[in-house]
Write a protein that binds this ligand. Structure first.
Ligand SMILES: [Zn+2]
Length: 241
């Protein structure tokens, strides 16, 4: 979830009316296949950062990670974390709560200064931070991506710098099913909410007013797996036929 019109990746106000995308009609079988496993294991490479003034107690990081690993494992995917301890790299960022696009640009630059990623493939930065009330729409995260810019969705921020997609995860008031991290990872793979196919159990479902204490998102369909298997931070990049 997350995102604001003209700012992030996917407008969420007013609540979206689900429209069946053409790709859905063309790939109905793939949308309905929620048990697909890739033949080769796929590893998604991520880096964890946390702004130093965010309290550990305000972030369900262990639950986010466990959920993401469990859901991905069903499809022969795993996560490779940097740092390997899964303890986020402390990020010195004095901008306070994220509010404007310029704050996001500053935060991304701070992450780059703290950890210069020379890995192949590049890792997906996941930055735990604090959102302002203005930025925070609902309780979910925010993936910075330009899905109109294939193949990777490289995005230009307010300061004019272009980055590969990255994820912001807010502290406080988490979604009860703990699917926020895996949801945003899926966004970073060029996937929008409509690829959930309207399935309330799908990790990209963004239907408002669903009780996530009861309806826990844990599905990924084959259409989505196909995109995730070729994400910029995936290795090997697997072609799903
Ligand atoms: Zn979303």
């Amino acid at each position: 979830m997350g995102g604001k019109t003209g700012h992030g990746t996917h407008p969420r106000t007013p609540p979206q009316i689900f429209a069946v995308p053409q790709a859905f009609k063309d790939n109905l079988k793939d949308f309905q296949d929620v048990t697909y496993r890739t033949e080769l294991p796929v590893v998604l490479h991520v880096t964890l950062f946390k702004v130093v003034f965010v309290k550990d107690a305000d972030v369900p990081l262990t639950a986010w990670i466990s959920k993401a690993e469990a859901v991905l494992a069903q499809h022969n995917f795993s996560l490779n974390f940097h740092p390997g301890t899964k303890v986020p790299i402390p990020l010195q960022f004095n901008g306070g709560k994220l509010n404007l696009g310029t704050d996001i640009a500053e935060l991304r630059q701070a992450a780059h200064s703290t950890f210069q990623d020379n890995a192949a493939p590049p890792r997906l930065p996941i930055i735990i931070c604090e959102f302002s009330d203005a930025l925070r729409q609902g309780t979910a995260g925010e993936t910075q991506i330009n899905r109109q810019n294939p193949p990777n969705g490289r995005v230009v921020l307010a300061d004019g710098t272009a980055w590969l997609p990255f994820v912001l995860l807010p502290s406080g008031d988490p979604v009860a099913d703990n699917a926020t991290m895996v949801h945003e990872i899926a966004h970073a793979c060029m996937l929008g909410h409509n690829t959930s196919g309207g399935d309330h159990l799908n990790i990209l479902d963004d239907t408002p007013n669903v009780d996530r204490t009861k309806v826990s998102r844990n599905r990924i369909n084959k259409f989505q797996i196909r995109e995730m298997a070729k994400a910029y931070f995936a290795l090997p990049k697997v072609v799903v036929k």
